[in-house]
Design a protein around this ligand. Structure first.
Ligand code: PLP
Length: 402
């Protein structure tokens, strides 16, 4: 990474500020002059105006290019000042011109797909694995899209005249497989590349710097960071953001202002949380790799707070055995979470497709939180149980009997 890339993008600022600084200041630069410290939460659904000519002009402008309306807000589905603060902050951290927030990560992905199909570009090229529900949305064609699955090397050949999107995750959910974003972006040519950056967060990787036009987050995860807010966001250029705002306005997947507030607050500790949890995760990955009860550990080169590992024994018993670690789907919270992708996060993906994507039935996915590493290891150690006597009972058999 070059030195410039450690600083967030802002075309108007001469002295760039570091990511850690932007995390606590972006989207809040006007507060001190207003005599405010915490960001105000604007819960209004509508905004009074005696000047309906000016409101009509703002609505016309929005219909033309989807630009954030100038002047007083009009209606909650068109835009909200608290949510806009979060969008500004996230765009700054990802180094993009804009960001558009949605009610969930899936609502954000849906808006991208709808924006492309509305232009007649309904074909998507995607690389597995993806988050289970993203895989499902594309495979089932729920929004009228058609998907071609390929590996990174096959992207260029899979492109068609009606390809509107190439989608990758890196590190991917749940195997933490990585793709070379720069090479993939190159292979896409003029087709927008969407990189799901939920796992890496802008602290570890800013895909726009590598050529991704769209950076997707399930903000439910690390950006919120405390397991108490559902949200999605797409960071991108202003032109694409305009189309996404128009889709959001027409389809209604808006983010609630309270969620916008919680996300803005979450961003301020994002660098600290991600770095601390990543150090613990790297430590646990080493301990797991050295453990005879563990067959394989997946930990990305880029680092991060996610660790996946395959056990020799029954993964369901590990889930049943944890006491400190929380046995729950989702990730990116302050507490450590563990789940069995084949049973939960990727259950909706056809079993053959899932295994073909490298998601073993013995894989466990762990989102490492902020607890002490020794306490976490003690819990994992007891949950992993006794080493299995050979021969091992296949997981498939266990499932067939249950
Ligand atoms: C959770 C997740 C999503 C979906 O986000 P929601 O906020 O649950 O809708 C998308 N991508 C990845 C990588 C995820 O982990």
């Amino acid at each position: 990474m070059d030195s410039a890339s450690t600083h967030a993008y802002d075309p108007h600022r001469t002295a760039p500020r570091a990511l850690a600084t932007e995390a606590v200041h972006a989207g809040r630069d006007d507060l001190a002059r207003q005599g405010l410290h915490a960001a105000p939460i604007d819960l209004s659904t509508t905004y009074p105006s005696y000047d309906s000519r000016a409101e009509a002009a703002r609505i016309d402008a929005f219909a033309a290019d989807g630009a954030e309306p100038q002047g007083p807000p009009v209606y909650g589905r068109l835009g909200n000042p608290t949510v806009a603060r979060f969008e500004t902050a996230l765009a700054t951290l990802e180094g993009t011109e804009a960001a558009v927030a949605f009610a969930s990560g899936m609502a954000a992905l849906s808006a991208v797909l709808l924006a492309r199909s509305a232009m007649g570009l309904r074909h998507v090229v995607a690389v597995r694995p993806l988050y289970g529900c993203s895989d499902h949305l594309l495979t089932a064609g729920l929004l009228g899209s058609e998907v071609t699955w390929t590996d990174p090397a096959g992207i260029a050949d899979a492109l068609r005249p009606d390809t509107g999107l190439v989608m990758v995750e890196s590190p991917a959910n749940p195997t933490l497989a990585e793709v070379d974003l720069r090479a993939v972006a190159h292979a896409c040519g003029t087709v927008p590349l969407l990189a799901d950056n939920t796992f890496a967060t802008p602290v570890l990787q800013r895909p726009a710097e590598h050529g991704a036009r769209l950076v997707l987050h399930s903000a439910t995860k690390y950006l919120g960071g405390h397991g108490d807010v559902m949200a999605g966001v797409v960071a991108c250029d202003e032109e694409f953001a305009g189309r996404l705002r128009q889709v959001r306005f027409a389809t209604g997947g808006v983010l609630h202002p309270l969620a916008g507030y919680l996300l803005l607050r979450g961003l301020s500790t994002l660098p600290v949380r991600v770095r601390a949890a990543s150090a613990t995760a790297a430590d646990l990955a080493v301990r797991l790799a050295a453990d005879p009860r563990v067959a394989r550990v997946h930990y990305p080169r880029i680092g991060g707070a996610m660790v996946a590992f395959e056990v020799h024994g029954d993964p369901h018993e590990v889930i049943a055995g944890v006491r400190l670690v929380t046995p729950a789907v989702s990730l990116g919270s302050v507490d450590t979470l563990i789940q069995h992708p084949a049973s939960i996060s990727h259950r909706i993906v056809d079993a053959d497709d899932r295994r073909g994507a490298g998601v073993s039935d013995r894989l466990l996915r762990m989102s490492v939180g902020l607890e002490d590493v020794e306490d976490l290891w003690a819990d994992l150690d007891q949950a992993l149980g006794q080493p299995l006597p050979a021969p091992q009972v296949p997981v498939g058999l266990h499932e067939a009997l249950s």
